[in-house]
Write a protein that binds this ligand. Structure first.
Ligand SMILES: Nc1ncnc2c1ncn2[C@@H]1O[C@H](COP(=O)(O)OP(=O)(O)OP(=O)(O)O)[C@@H](O)[C@H]1O
Ligand SMILES: [Mg+2]
Length: 281
């Protein structure tokens, strides 16, 4: 694989198996420097697993890839210093204050001590948390805690920011502010790799990859993906395209390597996991 020098991320046939289960199934894509890149897929499709490989947290089982110029297999530590990662699960210490969390992550990211004051002030101001810096993090509303987690991921001024469902559980106003901030970071040259289940948010991305059951089912600009997935439906949006593309996916059992029998795919547009019943009274 030969990534171009404008690629922030380039992967080829990247795979992650957990035993016989194929969580990420030979995916290939690249992300340009300064791009806002969206990674979409339904629950369990392999988004977080892919991010954890790209951040150097888990090692792929096959394929090749570079992130911020570093090899996924041999330079995981270098990758960790070049990227910021906001995990899907809240990663801060709830019983520490915002300020203490910031101090902790300054150490984790090996920020030189002479810069601690400047960087912690920047994060507290940017995330508008200066007034609550000494309160327990657990007492802050979810949107505020997400802002703090985002700020901590930016402490060491990484080249690439990975955001795994950063706005889940966040109110619409805060979500809008969040995206204004993300666009601003990208305008200054940061690469942003983001997952979301909100299709309105995904339209903020310049390019998208959609995965289903560990495999890429579409990639391109939001408009190009809609046009390709719904050519028969003028006025279709990314939600329509997403539902149509996911419905083509294979059954979960097919993700097991070396399987002999393969049941037919369920049609997720028609088979609901919810059973209609009488309203509770
Ligand atoms: N450590 C692990 N061991 C075994 N299976 C795993 C492990 N981590 C993830 N998986 C499985 O891999 C699949 C992909 O999980 P992943 O968390 O990447 O999905 P996701 O796209 O992030 O889903 P969601 O939208 O719910 O966050 C799931 O079936 C999950 O159960
Ligand atoms: Mg996930």
């Amino acid at each position: 694989m030969t990534p171009s020098n404008t690629d922030a991320i380039a992967v080829r046939d990247l795979e992650k198996r957990f035993g016989a289960f194929v969580a990420v199934d030979r995916i290939s894509f690249s992300v340009q420097k300064g791009e806002i890149f969206g990674f979409l897929g339904s629950n369990g499709s392999g988004k977080s697993t892919t991010i954890r490989m790209l951040c150097g947290i888990i090692t792929p089982t096959a394929g090749a890839g570079r992130v911020a110029g570093h090899d996924l297999f041999t330079e995981a530590e270098e990758i960790k210093q070049s990227i910021g990662y906001m995990s899907q699960k809240f990663s801060l210490y709830e019983d520490l204050t915002p300020y203490e969390n910031i101090r902790f992550y300054l150490g984790v990211y090996s920020v030189p001590e002479r810069r601690w004051r400047e960087r912690s002030d920047w994060v507290l101001e940017t995330t508008r948390l200066t007034d609550v810096r000494d309160r327990a993090t657990r007492d802050l509303p979810p949107g505020w805690r997400q802002r703090l987690a985002l700020g901590c991921a930016l402490l060491h001024q990484p080249d690439i920011l990975f955001l795994d469902e950063p706005t889940s559980g966040v109110d619409p106003v805060t979500r809008r502010h969040f995206w204004t901030f993300i666009r601003d970071l990208a305008a200054r040259g940061m690469t942003v790799f983001v997952t979301t289940h909100y299709m309105d948010e995904a339209t903020n991305c310049e390019r998208l990859v959609l995965i289903d059951a560990g495999r890429i089912v579409a990639q391109g600009s939001p408009a190009a993906i809609v046009a390709a997935a719904c050519p028969d439906r003028p006025g279709a949006d990314l939600n329509d395209a997403f539902i149509r593309l996911m419905a083509r996916g294979k059954a979960p059992a097919e993700r097991t390597a070396n399987l002999t029998a393969t049941p037919s795919s369920p049609d997720i547009e028609t088979s609901s996991p919810f059973r209609p019943g009488p309203p509770e009274g």
